[in-house]
Ligand binder design. Structure first.
Ligand code: GDP
Ligand code: MG
Length: 441
């Protein structure tokens, strides 16, 4: 995906005359990538139309870098589409605000409620959590568990008919206790959609939220627009949070959610833990949407943690895109030696989240060492081949014997290699920007 865009842009840079045909080719490639990233078809078409209006090739004075102008135009257009035009209601510290979370079951509401509370608590707020999800057994337990962990006052009850009254009571009580951020978690069951939206309307009436946040799973795909719109029609959605951005989905549905609710994205969820929660930042989000990774952050990190003399070599290898087991071995050495180099790769979607999950560095290091022991039993031919097919059964068994490890473990190591090689291959042919040169993307 990232590869195809870079290829498209690359082709353009190689073309001596950039004409309409090349522009169309480039836009078509980008269109395909955006559709794969779950951006709604209509929005992609709008983007294309706008780009063609902005980038009038004939008007471009000679001597300008046309390729850069087109790249920048696509990038800017996507940023603009994520701009809701007005900021969302922002709660003020010390003044009670009620924030209600809505979204389908499994979208990450309960998790995000706690993250949102925790984020503000760390900044000196006094948040409280109220569970208005009485539909799913265990909903309250989940909130209670999260709240207890973060030492946040909470309230909820098991399945009750009169919960709306109670929810109202407790929102009021927390206000009297000087809580300044009262967060209401709701149900999101799939069945009986009409009933769900009626319930959201009732909870909203009972709790009078200052802000309603629509929580969206980044992987819901093309369904995002209808889903966001349906919630917007029953309650006054004023902001969007996109969850599970640590997964494979690029989150193109966020553009739909912004368009359908006319509200900005304010945070993203990047993991299951309480602190895996970030203020939404449009530029890295769009870079990722285009499959380009966050190059500015990536390059800064490279300059920061990779020793100066190793930088050109690493970038050279990245752009060649041939990821051999030996390169993996060298990168593992770097990780063990320097620790923070793993941060470099975490800037690239999918690279280190699985290999080195946050908070489990010790385990990850042990795993890497284990992998390296197995690789020590490999031949040069095996280490330098970029063809995974040569790793047949007898080679795997020999490596397992030689390193005193299980065949299963060797296979796991090779799986890890394949996963990294796949990501690495996306970087093939990329021109890496020099420090501070963002316009090259
Ligand atoms: P709800 O039904 O909308 O309340 O959703 P939950 O908060 O119960 O979350 C559903 C599942 O998604 C849980 O297993 C969460 O741990 C998981 N989850 C929520 N947010 C994230 C995230 O940002 N990243 C990942 N990886 N998992 C998440
Ligand atoms: Mg829930």
């Amino acid at each position: 995906l990232g590869g195809s865009i870079s290829r498209a842009l690359q082709q353009m840079s190689n073309a001596t005359v950039i004409d309409e045909k090349v522009l169309n080719e480039c836009l078509n490639e980008i269109t395909r990538a955006l559709l794969q990233a779950d951006v709604q078809f209509k929005l992609v078409r709008d983007m294309q139309t706008n780009i063609k209006k902005i980038v009038n090739l004939e008007d471009l004075a000679a001597g300008h870098n046309k390729r850069k102008i087109i790249q920048q135009a696509v990038f800017n257009e996507l940023c603009k589409m994520l701009d809701a035009g007005k900021p969302s209601f922002t709660p003020k510290k010390g003044k009670p605000s009620v924030v209600m979370f809505v979204g389908l079951q499994g979208s990450g509401k309960t998790t995000t409620c706690t993250k949102y509370a925790y984020y503000h608590q760390k900044k000196g707020w006094k948040p409280a959590l109220v569970c208005a999800d009485t539909f799913r057994a265990g909903a309250f337990d989940q909130l209670k568990q999260n709240a207890t962990k973060a030492k946040i006052p909470f309230y909820g009850r098991y399945l009750e008919d009169i919960y709306l009254v109670l929810t109202y009571d407790f929102v009021e009580r927390f206000k009297k206790e000087n809580c300044d951020l009262i967060i209401v978690d709701t149900s999101g069951r799939h069945k009986q959609e009409a009933a769900l939206f009626e319930e959201m309307r009732q909870v909203s009436e009972a709790t009078k939220p200052d802000l309603v946040i629509f929580v969206m799973d980044s992987s819901i795909g093309q369904a995002a627009f209808d889903q966001a719109q349906a919630f917007k029609q029953s309650v006054a959605v004023g902001a969007v949070i996109v969850t599970k951005m640590d997964g494979h989905a690029k989150g193109g549905g966020a553009l739909s959610a912004v368009a359908a609710t006319k509200s900005p994205v304010i945070f993203i969820g990047t993991g299951e833990h309480m602190d895996e929660f970030e203020v939404f930042d449009v530029k890295p989000f769009v870079s990722r949407l285009l499959g380009m990774g966050d190059w500015s952050g990536f390059m800064d990190k490279i300059h920061e943690v990779v020793p100066m003399d190793q930088q050109p070599e690493l970038l050279q290898k990245l752009s060649e895109g041939n990821f051999t087991l030996r390169i993996m071995y060298e990168q593992f050495q770097n990780i063990l030696k320097m620790g923070p180099i793993s941060q470099v790769f975490s800037m690239l979607p999918g690279f280190s989240a699985e290999l080195m999950p946050k908070g489990r560095e010790k385990e990850s290091q042990a795993k890497i060492k284990r992998y390296m022991t197995m690789m020590d039993s490999m031949t040069n031919e095996e280490l330098d081949s970029s063809n995974p097919k040569i790793m047949n059964e007898s080679r795997i068994m020999r490596i397992a014997r030689g390193s005193g490890r299980q065949v299963r473990e060797v296979m796991e190591m090779l799986e890890e290699y394949k996963r990294l090689a796949k990501i690495w291959s996306k970087m093939k042919g990329l021109k890496f920007p020099k420090k501070g040169d963002m316009s090259a993307l």
